[in-house]
Design a protein around this ligand. Structure first.
Ligand SMILES: [Zn+2]
Length: 359
């Protein structure tokens, strides 16, 4: 058989065996005096550096290598040719494509992958946009939501969980922080509606297990779980990461952290140290994160709850002393969060939704 031009290969998914899509370019065949649809011996599998990259679509270079007689594994991958010379299967090292090697990230995978690789559960990260003392960025909670959930999903994926990580919601409830400039508020009812619509979307797409990964104390999401219970086929789980590691907190940190303190500063030092402001002497450009008591003992002792007006509670929005923070402490905390959530995600992914679930 002669005349077929294997010209374009779409790798729907790097990192595991895939069935590539071949497009026969009729015009190119004609230009070369070949008959479209018939087969020539296939080209040698090109090396990564020889491929022109366009997102996840890899196109053979126009100048085809000479014919090869047999499957030709290379450092880039391996192609298996059938008797007619068609390439039917190839493998690809995930190390060659760091983006496509993270198939749990919905924002980074294509429909060509998703349509053939259904997910079992979803993780929705929730952050906030608000001041964090004088030294941490406004996106601190969103960075935490993104980094920590991504690390957990990666670990779970590598253990076989079919988990998809949704893009983070970068806004949260800030009604009590509005005295600070550019704290960006979504009222609880608004935030609940946004999450409800996203849960409805997931339900529509057949996903029945959803974990809300919350990184902002002002996001009060348990009432939403209560409200949606019985009204959605989705089983909702709430993971407030700062609650999930409470028992181990003082094994890592010296000072309690309510907001922008030692823990949050350590996390940012681990991931984005260039965003943590320092004074010329190298110390953090932050105050001590001291907080003031109210005039009522019952409130100060936690017998009575209020929404704390943050500008009266703090000096510069920080609640918790950040000065003992280190990147190493941040890495330890992140690893602990990821491990605890990843173990749950693996179990959840494999769990059967029977009548007594989750009992
Ligand atoms: Zn925060």
């Amino acid at each position: 058989m002669i005349g077929c031009l294997h010209r374009t290969v779409k790798l729907r998914k790097m990192g595991e065996l895939v069935q590539p899509t071949f497009r026969v370019d009729a015009a190119a065949c004609q230009a070369r005096g070949l008959q479209a649809g018939a087969a020539t011996p296939p080209p040698a599998w090109p090396k990564k550096k020889d491929l022109a990259s366009a997102g996840h679509v890899y196109v053979y270079p126009d100048a085809m290598p000479a014919a090869v007689a047999a499957p030709a594994p290379t450092e880039a991958g391996a192609a298996v040719y059938d008797e007619g010379g068609f390439c039917s299967l190839l493998s690809w090292s995930p190390a060659l494509d760091p983006i496509a090697a993270k198939p749990w990230r919905l924002a980074e995978v294509a429909y060509g992958y998703v349509k053939e690789h259904p997910y079992e559960l979803a993780v929705l990260p929730l952050g906030a946009t608000e001041p964090h003392n004088l030294h941490l960025p406004y996106g601190t909670d969103t960075f935490e939501a993104e980094h920590l959930s991504d690390e957990a999903c990666r670990a779970a994926w590598e253990r076989g969980a079919r988990v998809v990580l949704l893009p983070a919601i970068p806004y949260g409830t800030e009604t009590n922080q509005m005295a600070f400039p550019l704290a960006m508020n979504l009222n609880p009812s608004t935030l609940h509606l946004v999450i409800r619509d996203l849960v409805d979307s997931l339900a529509h797409h057949g996903i029945r297990k959803v974990v809300l990964f919350n990184s902002h104390g002002g996001n009060d999401l348990k009432p939403l779980l209560r409200e949606l219970y019985g009204k959605t086929p989705v089983h909702l789980f709430l993971f407030n990461w700062y609650h999930a590691v409470r028992d181990a907190y003082h094994q890592i940190f010296e000072h309690a952290d309510d907001h922008a303190g030692e823990a949050e500063t350590s996390l940012l030092l681990a991931w984005r140290p260039e965003l943590v402001l320092r004074r010329p002497d190298g110390t953090l450009a932050a105050d001590e994160g001291a907080t003031l008591p109210t005039r009522f003992e019952a409130i100060n002792r936690g017998w009575v709850n209020i929404t704390r007006p943050w500008h009266l509670l703090t000096t510069n929005s920080g609640a918790g002393n950040p000065h003992a923070a280190t990147a190493e402490k941040g890495r330890r905390l992140a690893a602990l969060v990821a491990e605890r959530l990843a173990a749950f995600l693996v179990e959840l992914s494999h769990a059967t939704l029977d009548e007594r679930f989750p009992f």
